[in-house]
Design a protein around this ligand. Structure first.
Ligand code: CTP
Length: 411
């Protein structure tokens, strides 16, 4: 599901932003709103909260918000930031990097693209200062929709009316089609043991369609793989995360590739090669139905349908057994419900990888979908047992172990 962070500025057009929330939600896009103080003169936080179904944020120094979801988290959550109405004041602040309230701080702190829908008096829009600010923002990679020409609230006629909600929706949908994460300037790229190393990670389940409405899936949440991708990026790696369908926001600092099926996942992984490290954390569906139905399968008067299954490609084994340009380090996961270590050892040999992170996923452990994990590192040389840890801590330690092994493998 796409996620839009909507900054509502203080202008008469703010009432149209309430409709915009509704239109975005109708299209399955989640919306969280930030209101400037001026916006609250035109629309109420309660209206924005009711329409978005989410808490509205308006205070940079809210202790509860900072404890639960700081302003950085708010921008990480989003795929795209939309400013509507984008007042002359908000454009000026954004263009010049001012950060003296929640809205402007977010615009400075976000690592996502921003789409501005300007709305102001035509003289303000045509003023050289606003022209300069728009040019600066465009050069910085910001997107614009509108303004339209027409009669304005101030009684004048010209450019300055905010685009209609459906025009903004179309611009949002177009923006969401291309990557919305802003590349970090080279000088600010994190340095670390994985600097300059390319890493590909798979995560989440895969969905294997039976017909247009049904699919085979599993209980993987993707949490461990996403946390690992972010931890590898934090060590300076250039990480591509190929994810099956999950409810998680994009992992921080990584290039996301979202896919549905095992075959799409393999294709996306192959496309991201060559890499120094490949980590297969996805719970890939082992089988798919031999012939996917083009139409919804209907009940057949008591006769139950039967499906022939075929095995999906093994992504981990395919990459580990590459003849050309095999990643220097190939890491697999082994989700087992019994004799965990033995099965993991067998998998290590069978799939030809260098390291297996084994865990017990029996229902009583609560690991599948949960926040904690107990893992064992299985290599041809032995087994390392780790204590029960939070998945982010497992990810941090695994990323460090991967970096150390890669360094050991020689540059
Ligand atoms: N894996 C993969 N492609 C598949 C199946 C599994 O890349 N089609 C990877 C997983 O990402 C994981 C490892 O292989 O890193 C082991 O996955 P697991 O489900 O534990 O093993 P299976 O291959 O399904 O073997 P088994 O059915 O014997 O448990």
């Amino acid at each position: 599901m796409s996620r839009v962070l909507l900054v509502i500025g203080g202008g008469v057009a703010a009432y149209k932003s309430l409709d915009l929330i509704r239109r975005l939600k109708e299209r399955g896009i989640a919306v969280r709103c930030v209101l400037t103080n001026a916006a609250k003169q035109f629309v109420t936080p309660l209206a924005a909260a009711s329409l978005s179904g989410e808490k509205v944020h308006d205070d940079l120094f809210s202790l509860t918000d900072e404890a639960e979801m700081g302003h950085i988290e708010l921008s990480r959550w989003a795929n795209l930031v939309v400013v509507a109405p984008a007042t002359a004041d908000l454009l000026a602040k954004a263009a010049n990097g001012l950060a003296n309230d929640l809205a402007s701080t977010l615009l400075l702190a976000t690592d996502k693209k921003t789409l501005f829908a300007p709305a102001m008096n035509l003289r303000m829009w045509l003023h050289p200062a606003t022209r300069r600010n728009v040019a600066t923002l465009t050069a910085d990679g910001a997107l614009f929709v509108g303004p339209n020409e027409g009669e304005m609230a101030c009684g004048e006629f010209g450019p300055g009316r905010m685009s209609e909600p459906l025009e903004i929706v179309a611009a949002v949908e177009a923006a969401l089609k291309s990557p919305t994460a802003l590349p970090l300037p080279a000088a600010t790229k994190p340095k670390g043991p994985l600097a300059g190393r390319r890493v590909v990670v798979t995560a989440g389940p895969t969905h294997e369609p039976i017909d247009p409405v049904r699919y085979i899936a599993n209980r993987s949440s993707g949490k461990q793989g996403y946390a690992l991708a972010a931890a590898l990026a934090a060590l300076g790696g250039e990480v591509t995360l190929v994810s099956g369908p999950t409810h998680l926001p994009d992992a921080h600092g990584v290039t996301m590739r979202r896919v549905e099926t095992a075959r799409q996942m393999l294709a996306a992984v192959e496309a991201a090669m060559p890499a120094d490290v490949f980590v297969a954390a996805a719970a890939v569906a082992d089988w798919r139905v031999a012939s996917e139905g083009g139409e919804k399968i209907k009940k057949q008067g008591g006769r139950t349908p039967s499906f022939a299954l075929v095995e999906n490609p093994d992504i981990l084994a395919t990459i580990a057994r590459r003849k050309k340009a095999r990643p220097a380090l190939v890491v697999g996961f082994a989700a087992e419900t019994e004799t965990v270590i033995e099965h993991a050892r067998a998998k290590l040999a069978r799939k030809g990888c260098d390291l297996i992170v084994a865990n017990d996923v029996s229902p009583e452990t609560g690991i599948m979908g949960g926040d904690r994990n107990t893992v064992h590192l299985v290599t041809p040389d032995g087994v390392e047992d780790w204590p029960d840890l939070d998945k982010t801590e497992v990810a941090r330690r695994l990323a460090a172990a991967i970096a150390a092994r890669l360094a050991g493998a020689g540059r």
